[in-house]
Ligand binder design. Structure first.
Ligand code: ATP
Ligand code: MG
Length: 256
């Protein structure tokens, strides 16, 4: 059975896509069968996986609206070693089009169930909002991975996200839990980063992943080559941190 994780944080630019793409590639490097679902109309996870979002025939939009089954819409990230359900601008319209449809929060969940046996992990890259798209991600997932930067306002936004996850858990998806908080773009020389990181550990305990992703320019450069960072430059500090994170995830799912 596939373990399904949504990578979510309604704050923009906190490293959701970088985390989803690199975790997918790092898990694939550990011989895991992985599907990455891009749930963001920006299509960054699609492009970062080396899939041209303008050239794909079918995307998550078609899947959500019932126009194409997931098994026919997925494509391969050749360099990443995993499958991708792509997204592009079409998806921006889905929000409105879903409103009139039955079971609108659970459409992705139902489609993922049809390919469950093909994967060990399904990773969902959520957009920076608590929208119907993110709701589809949260309804279909067993858990949420929350990437966050260790800065002052990070904690403030976190309570909104935690409340949303609690509500989805109560009303729509009893399986949903926070798997963990992942510290990303970490700068060990910054006192504030260290303080926020300590606060996170004090407050969330072992929900904070041990792996810490440093700020690393190689991770930022990789998408322009259509490659996950861990494939583009495996030896880079950021890539090594994501590989360690993948090992931690494989361990952590044994206990959930
Ligand atoms: P959005 O909310 O727009 O979807 P996001 O949360 O998915 O954004 P990313 O796109 O992953 O965030 O990252 C934002 C920017 O920060 C990107 O330019 C990315 O390359 C860069 N970035 C992410 N992680 C790191 C890192 N560890 N080191 C350096 N740059 C990083
Ligand atoms: Mg993103």
């Amino acid at each position: 059975m596939a373990r399904i994780f949504a990578v979510a944080n309604q704050k923009g630019g906190v490293g959701k896509t970088t985390t989803t793409v690199n975790l997918a590639a790092a898990l694939a490097a550990h011989e895991q069968r992985v599907l990455l679902v891009d749930l963001d109309p920006q299509g960054n996870a699609t492009m970062g996986s080396g899939v041209d979002k303008r050239a794909v025939e079918a995307t998550v939009y078609h899947v959500l609206l019932g126009l194409k089954p997931l098994k026919d819409a997925r494509v391969r990230s050749e360099h990443g070693g995993y499958d991708v359900l792509a997204a592009n601008r079409d998806l921006a319209g889905a929000e409105v089009e879903l409103v009139g449809l039955d079971n609108r929060e659970k459409r992705l969940k139902d489609e993922m169930a049809t390919v469950d046996a093909d994967y060990d992990f399904i990773l969902i890259d959520c957009p920076p909002s608590l929208s119907m798209l993110t709701l589809n991600g949260l309804c279909g997932a067993h858990g949420v991975i929350i990437p966050m930067q260790c800065e002052y306002y990070a904690l403030e936004g976190l309570s909104d996200l935690v409340n949303t996850i609690k509500q989805v858990h109560a009303k729509l998806n009893r399986d949903l839990k926070i798997i963990g908080l992942l510290r990303v773009m970490f700068d060990p020389r910054s006192t504030l980063s260290q303080q926020v990181s300590d606060q996170l550990e004090a407050h969330f305990g072992d929900k904070v992943f041990k792996a810490v992703i440093p700020r690393n320019v190689r991770l930022a450069e990789a998408p322009s080559h259509g490659l996950p960072g861990v494939v583009f430059d495996k030896a880079a500090k950021g890539s090594q941190a994501y590989l360690a994170f993948a090992t931690e995830m494989i361990e952590r799912i044994k206990s959930i």
